[in-house]
Design a protein around this ligand. Structure first.
Ligand SMILES: [Fe+2]
Length: 159
């Protein structure tokens, strides 16, 4: 089994996703559900293939599956979800057989997925872009109240 499949099956990830789903039951903005995680994984992988960005599928899928697991901490304790997410991801990645250098790269990508910086690594930029492209802002009824800047919104057609 690929390591990212083990991440998808990890009981902690499943439990975080359940808590997030409960908290987001009445959310009018984008939800952070499995559909979103998979969309981010697929889009990031397509971009990596198209643009020949040298990041493996095993790393891309792990980062995409784990990038929002800190959301519950943000809802309940006000901790930015990329910071809590990177911390929580570390243990799951270890359990799934990722090596220390791979864990460093994945958690770095998670930490960078919310705000774009030119100084970011290719992997950080990849996760940031895929996260934004995964959202169909052009069809969103809550777009006017959304706190995303116009640069972040995906008003085109998602790949
Ligand atoms: Fe996300």
């Amino acid at each position: 089994m690929e390591r990212y499949q083990k991440v998808a099956e990890h009981k902690k990830l499943k439990s975080y996703m359940q808590s997030i789903a409960t908290s987001e039951k009445n959310r009018v903005f984008c939800r952070h559900n499995w559909e979103h995680l998979l969309a981010v994984a697929r889009i990031a992988y397509i971009l990596a293939l198209e643009e020949e960005i040298p990041v493996s599928k095993d790393l891309i899928y792990a980062a995409a599956l784990l990038h929002d697991i800190g959301k519950e901490a943000q809802y309940t304790r006000g901790i930015p979800h990329e910071i809590e997410g990177a911390l929580l991801a570390e243990g799951i990645l270890k359990d799934c057989g990722y090596l220390p250098e791979e864990i460093r790269q994945i958690t770095e990508a998670i930490l960078g997925h919310r705000v774009y910086r030119e100084s970011y690594t290719d992997f950080q930029k990849l996760l940031y872009r895929a996260d934004k492209l995964s959202r169909p802002c052009r069809d969103c009824a809550a777009s006017a109240e959304c706190n995303w800047s116009e640069e972040k919104k995906n008003t085109g057609v998602t790949i």
